[in-house]
Design a protein around this ligand. Structure first.
Ligand SMILES: [Zn+2]
Length: 269
């Protein structure tokens, strides 16, 4: 009875092939009771691969495509998203639009290492605004990343009239998150919550606005260890403990929330 949004990327485990590794990750997540996985893109270069993975696991892995506010890798080459990055993504979003369950990851990341000028921040805003427009046109929810930009992100979503949004791994103040709750937005909690400073956020968010995510391979329970969808249970158990409700209640409610947020998932499952 669980739902998850996260990134499914392949790694280079030398003991197995990548294909076998992916198969194992999917099997383990089914075993713990996951009903669906949303595979989330960060840049246009990943879109085809994500669609291939979703086609390989029909009815279980679903695609979410969008341009993340941080582009470029490895870490030294990370930079803020530009309209050129969006231009590269637009034809592919159009091509795959009928398969998507959401547009994302999109958002704002004002980490100084990523962006340190007003111009850079404004460009991230424009990339987000355009994708909010696409989501509206396609009647899809937005899967939103925000880092060091909680308040401006929620403000922008509200200004743009966004009605369906998931704020993933939100690092802003609980009071700012509650502004999002008022707008009907959902907040997803990753397994890294057990080692994060955002525990007050879980206390304050109503269970009716919480979803589960893993953000695999990032945001696992242990730093620097690859995260996997099966770790979703760690986030669920943590929420149950903080809220003082049975684990079953957390699983059931977050599943219902995910189905509300991703209406296409409901049709496809
Ligand atoms: Zn993110």
């Amino acid at each position: 009875h669980q739902s998850v949004t996260g990134h499914l990327k392949r790694d280079s485990n030398p003991r197995t092939t990548r294909e076998q590794d992916l198969e194992d990750v999917i099997q383990k997540s089914k075993k713990i009771g996951l009903k669906a996985i949303v595979a989330v893109a960060e840049d246009a270069g990943e879109f085809d691969k994500i669609i291939q993975i979703c086609e390989r696991f029909p009815g279980f892995v679903f695609p979410c495509l969008g341009v993340h506010p941080v582009q470029g890798s490895p870490p030294q080459q990370e930079r803020g998203a530009t309209l050129q990055d969006l231009d590269a993504a637009l034809p592919l979003i159009e091509k795959y639009k009928d398969h998507l369950v959401a547009i994302g990851e999109v958002g704002l990341d004002f980490t100084p290492r990523i962006v340190n000028t007003d111009k850079g921040k404004e460009e991230q805003r424009q990339v987000l605004i355009q994708q909010a427009g696409i989501a509206k046109r396609l009647d899809l929810p937005l899967n939103v990343h925000s880092r060091s930009a909680g308040r401006p992100t929620i403000q922008l979503l509200k200004e743009q009239g966004v009605q369906k949004a998931l704020l993933h791994a939100f690092d802003g103040k609980p009071s700012v998150a509650m502004e999002g709750v008022k707008a009907g937005y959902f907040f997803s909690i990753p397994p890294s919550i057990i080692r994060s400073e955002q525990q007050k956020l879980v206390q304050q968010l109503p269970l009716e606005n919480i979803c589960l995510e893993t953000d695999s391979p990032a945001l696992g329970p242990e730093k620097q260890v690859r995260n996997e969808p099966q770790n979703i249970t760690i986030a669920a158990e943590y929420i149950a403990k903080v809220k003082g409700v049975p684990l079953e209640t957390v699983m059931e409610t977050t599943t219902q929330n995910a189905l509300k947020l991703f209406p296409r998932l409901k049709l496809l499952l």
